[in-house]
Design a protein around this ligand. Structure first.
Ligand SMILES: *Cc1c(COP(=O)(O)O)cnc(C)c1O
Length: 465
């Protein structure tokens, strides 16, 4: 199994290399050269199987010879052992034909644990056998960073630096990043927004001398291994509702497009997914693009669903690559335009390809809050604001397509965003018992300017110790 870059100019890599590299050297993202298919019989055979076994069967062909069967099984088993729910990704019903996929039972209470916990185990296995050391650098709007820190804390062959926008993450998110006391964990508060943090990380990866000197590795959602880990719960949930004999649709609260792109991969593998519905908050560049073909930045406005306050949706590049029949030079052109003029128009042909799989919807701040209130009244569920964005878009979509079961991804636990939930319901959602002392732990963080040299200097100083 080989991986190629969406910009067509980086070396072709195997799974392990693509995982350890993250961003391709031509600035692109790795995608599999061919997407393996599962037969209807193989999909049907996933019914009633434990999550870890579904994970093994779905991901195995993508990993190929990078890990032995035993090593891969062991990594999966360690990755999900710390989850607080036996089903790992349980479904609950929200209404007629509408289901919520709870992806928040991992150690940091957001879906990113599914991928990050696995990546941590796979990095450890790969680095230990080649005696290598890497510096992991990631940008976060809150949830990626805490998930990465939780996955890599205390690992001997890794330092992890997480850049987050100062003052723009929730207190729970911040504390999950700043309270681990292992020496290999470095939380960095940047004076800027999430796109600034993401741009700093990209710039570090494009500084090849620095990249090689510190052994830079990326675990942001651009990392193919993360997308892959997220493919699994599309299978487990769809099969619970009758796939492959019955098609299902998914609505996905979307920011960087990693989670929903995993759904696209599941569909390409043969899972009968009817529609993949992109749900955005007021930062609706993806919705505007699907609706009108125009991907133009308008400036990020902080919302109550901060993990989706994104305009440079990095994994959308993978969707564009597929929509352009894997033409790396076409993607290169669009990304150049985005960098120089702040936007681009998607061609008619590519829009037709995108619309064959994706629908979209947007929810503003008042609508998000109203959905949290309504869901509690009609189902007793407390939704986090991101999940609420998904639920509102899904309910509207269901009105036009009521016959196909809709699964909405609940991307975070309500206790991760207690202020928004309390404002909408009057209830302050408590943290699960296993992390109830979070507010008492000591915090450790370094604050820096939005400057490439400042962050590079910090990293070199810290890893020299
Ligand atoms: C990261 C995140 C999202 C967005 O996921 P993408 O893969 O970036 O589209 C949505 N909700 C929550 C809670 C998140 O942490």
């Amino acid at each position: 199994m080989k991986y190629v870059s969406t910009r067509g100019q980086a070396p072709v890599l195997d799974f392990e290399e693509a995982m350890l590299t993250g961003l391709a050297r031509d600035g692109g993202l790795y995608v599999p050269q061919d997407i393996p298919r599962m037969s209807a019989d193989e999909i049907a055979a996933l019914a009633g199987v434990p999550y870890e076994e579904v994970a093994y069967r779905v991901m195995r062909p993508f990993v190929a010879r990078s890990f032995s069967d035993d090593d891969f099984r062991a990594a999966i088993s360690r990755a999900y052992a710390g989850f607080g729910h036996a089903a790992r990704a349980p479904l609950v019903q929200m209404g007629p034909n509408h289901f919520l996929l709870e992806l928040f039972h991992g150690p940091t209470l957001a879906f990113k644990d599914f991928a990050m916990q696995l990546i941590g185990q796979l990095f450890q296995t790969a680095l230990a056998r080649s005696n290598r050391r890497v510096t992991i650098v990631g940008a976060t709007s809150g949830d990626t960073g805490s998930a990465a820190i939780e996955a890599f804390r205390g690992l001997g062959s890794v330092d992890v630096f997480i850049l987050y926008p100062h003052g723009r993450v929730s207190e729970v998110q911040r504390r999950q990043m700043t309270t681990p006391d292992e020496a290999n964990v470095h939380a960095v508060a940047v004076d800027g927004d999430f796109d600034d943090c993401q741009a700093l990380v990209k710039a570090m990866f494009n500084d090849f001398a620095f990249r090689d000197r510190v052994g830079l590795a990326g675990v942001n959602s651009i990392n193919w291994a993360r997308v892959l880990a997220q493919v699994v719960y599309y299978f487990s949930s769809a099969v619970s509702l009758g796939a492959p004999h019955r098609p299902v649709s998914f609505t996905v609260p979307t920011g960087n497009f990693g989670d929903i792109f995993a759904g696209y991969i599941a569909k390409q593998m043969g899972l009968p997914i009817d529609r993949l519905v992109i749900a955005t908050n007021q930062n609706d560049i993806l919705h505007r693009c699907i609706a009108g073909g125009d991907y133009t930045k308008q400036g990020v406005r902080a919302s109550i669903s901060p993990s989706m306050d994104i305009e440079v949706s990095s994994n959308f590049e993978r969707a564009l690559f597929m929509a352009h029949d894997r033409d790396g030079s076409a993607v290169n052109g669009l990304m150049d335009e985005l960098a120089t003029s702040g936007g681009f128009r998607v061609s008619e042909n590519a829009m037709t390809a995108l619309r064959a799989d994706y629908d979209s919807g947007m929810v503003d701040e008042a609508g998000t809050s109203a959905t949290i209130t309504r869901a509690l009244a009609t189902t007793g569920e407390l939704l986090c604001p991101h999940s609420a964005v998904g639920v509102d878009v899904a309910e509207r979509h269901l009105q036009s397509a009521p016959a196909t079961p809709m699964i909405t991804l609940a991307t975070a636990h309500p206790a991760k965003f207690p202020d928004a939930v309390e404002a909408a319901t009057g209830i302050r959602p408590p943290l699960p018992n296993r992390m109830s002392d979070l507010y008492e732990r000591n915090e450790r963080v370094v604050r820096i300017d939005n400057s490439l040299s400042a962050i590079e200097t910090l990293i070199e100083e810290r890893i020299a110790k």
